[in-house]
Design a protein around this ligand. Structure first.
Ligand SMILES: [Zn+2]
Length: 270
């Protein structure tokens, strides 16, 4: 089958954790010339900017525990003085904030996630992205739709990858991730080199510490409680939802492409 051809501004891919989003994203990005924008990578990239500066000071002092807010950016800048390269100070401060929540194991507030997302999304001119893992809450969804409106671009559609809980659990246990570049593999469907090494960078792949059955069940519940209401909100605001079967009898690139093409055609989007 020929590659998919269509012109979209942005696509959103949603689904339960482990439903099979990545293989669909791979086809969309390679066929349509789009790029994947996943929350995990956004956080990693900002925290890397922060870490690369090798900042030795304590970051807690920038957070006001009474108001539960960071002190204003101007004050943070003044405190940092010229210890940080002025060219990257804005990104450094975003990275510092992300680092504060993530390293303390705190829940990252929507306002910061939105800010990180916008900063990253702006670099692409707000176009050509396959969004993954964002938006995750109704507030994030509203923020995103207002942002694309303001920037004269759009979210053309949502691809919802559907799959059964039990099947997901069985499959997730075969998943491996590259700890250095973040590439995702599967022992059965997309094996790493010699079943062990990242084909992109050669690092030995690992089973994510998050991929235990208990943690998986929590993530599946999370889907019902948070992702589904977010999806409904986006649908309510007029974004078409295309359902893609995450569990195909044959799991090849061609089969995935065909199933995506059929799903898109059924909604008149291809
Ligand atoms: Zn790698």
């Amino acid at each position: 089958m020929d590659k998919l051809t269509a012109k979209f501004d942005n696509i959103l891919v949603m689904g339960k954790s482990g439903a099979g989003k990545q293989p669909r994203i791979d086809i969309l990005t390679s066929d349509l010339g789009m790029k994947q924008l996943s929350t995990g990578n956004i956080f990693r990239s900002f925290m890397k900017i922060f870490k690369n500066e090798d900042y030795r000071g304590n970051t807690d002092k920038f957070f006001n525990s009474e108001t539960q807010k960071f002190i204003p950016d101007e004050e943070i800048k003044n405190t940092l003085g010229n210890t940080v390269n002025s060219k990257i100070i804005e990104d450094f401060i975003l990275g510092l904030k992300a680092h504060y929540f993530v390293s303390n194991g705190y829940y990252v507030p929507d306002s910061l996630t939105n800010q990180l997302f916008e900063s990253y999304f702006s670099r692409s001119g707000y176009r050509g992205m396959v969004l993954d893992g964002y938006p995750r809450t109704i507030d994030q969804a509203d923020f995103l739709l207002n942002l694309v409106d303001k920037k004269n671009t759009k979210i053309d559609l949502i691809i919802l990858v559907e799959n059964d809980d039990d099947l997901i659990i069985k499959r997730t246990m075969g998943r491996r991730i590259c700890p250095s570049c973040g590439a995702v593999y599967h022992l059965e469907f997309k094996p790493p080199k010699d079943d062990k090494f990242c084909t992109k960078c050669g690092t030995e792949v690992i089973l994510r510490s998050d991929d235990t059955e208990e943690k998986l069940r929590i993530r599946l519940e999370e889907f019902q409680k948070k992702t589904l209401p977010t999806l409904r909100q986006l649908e309510k605001r007029g974004i078409p939802v295309v359902k893609a079967n995450g569990n195909l009898p044959v799991f090849t690139e061609e089969a995935i492409r065909k199933s995506l093409a059929e799903a898109l055609k059924s909604k008149g989007l291809l």
